[in-house]
Design a protein around this ligand. Structure first.
Ligand code: HEM
Length: 214
């Protein structure tokens, strides 16, 4: 094993602030939805909007960071070892089998993570954020009687936004569970806090140099 700096400072900041904002947006959003009553509708709606602008700002910085550092390449999907990875998570790990893929600093994500995180970034987050922005302006513009975004009914925007919110919550639960499947139950979480993780030494040097997926 060798100690490797896997997650850079910005990456960790982005990960934890995105997680906190999504949880906060879920709490305030589901209060707006009427699921529970803690802050009261007015405050919940107000804080939801403030947090949503913070999330949009964070996403802009994260897109910039991914392209400037070339980290976007980590998410290029691959089918190589995909079935092995699914098999491992389904029952291999319960029988104490070894991880079918090796993690390195330039190959941080296994084939299943690549696919799931790409879907998260390209589908789930955009559906929730775009429907949220349209929801926001639909209401504001409506309030002033100047209806510009009238192609989308408020009901359909609320539907897509709430669907995105539900899927994000499902993602969160599965994601937190999956973090415990590293070398030790807390090794992945510790790595996202400190940046460092103990990784196996036998990675493929050629892939590591080229930085391209398998
Ligand atoms: C940039 C991102 C987002 C924007 C711009 C946004 C915007 C909005 C707006 C404008 C509303 C209507 C309430 C109001 O008038 O203030 C709303 C409601 C809601 N939001 Fe968001 N939101 C965003 C992200 C999220 C996230 C990440 C979640 C959950 C994980 C979420 C969950 C909800 C829920 C459940 C509702 C209630 C929907 C309904 O029943 O009508 N939102 N959002």
């Amino acid at each position: 094993m060798r100690r490797v700096y896997v997650y850079k400072g910005f990456e960790r900041f982005w990960h934890w602030s995105q997680a906190s904002l999504i949880i906060f947006l879920a709490l305030t959003g589901f209060e707006v939805h009427g699921t529970f009553d803690i802050l009261g509708f007015e405050y919940a709606a107000r804080y939801h909007r403030v947090a949503s602008w913070m999330l949009i700002g964070l996403i802009v910085f994260a897109i910039f960071w991914h392209f400037v550092t070339g980290e976007w390449k980590q998410y290029i999907p691959t089918t190589k070892n995909l079935m092995d990875q699914i098999r491992f998570y389904s029952y291999g790990m319960f029988k104490g089998e070894k991880h079918p893929t090796n993690k390195t600093e330039v190959k941080k994500l296994n084939p299943l993570q690549r696919l799931v995180y790409l879907g998260f970034k390209l589908v789930l987050i955009p559906v929730t954020v775009i429907s949220g922005i349209l929801y926001m302006f639909h209401k504001t513009i409506d309030r002033n009687d100047i209806v510009v975004i009238n192609e989308f009914s408020l009901e359909s925007l609320a539907f897509w936004h709430t669907l995105g919110a539900f899927l994000l919550m499902i993602f969160l639960v599965i994601h937190v569970y999956m973090t415990t499947t590293g070398h030790t139950p807390t090794s992945n979480i510790q790595a996202m806090i400190t940046g460092y993780e103990d990784l196996e030494d036998e990675e493929d040097k050629t892939t590591e140099k080229s930085g391209t997926p398998e």
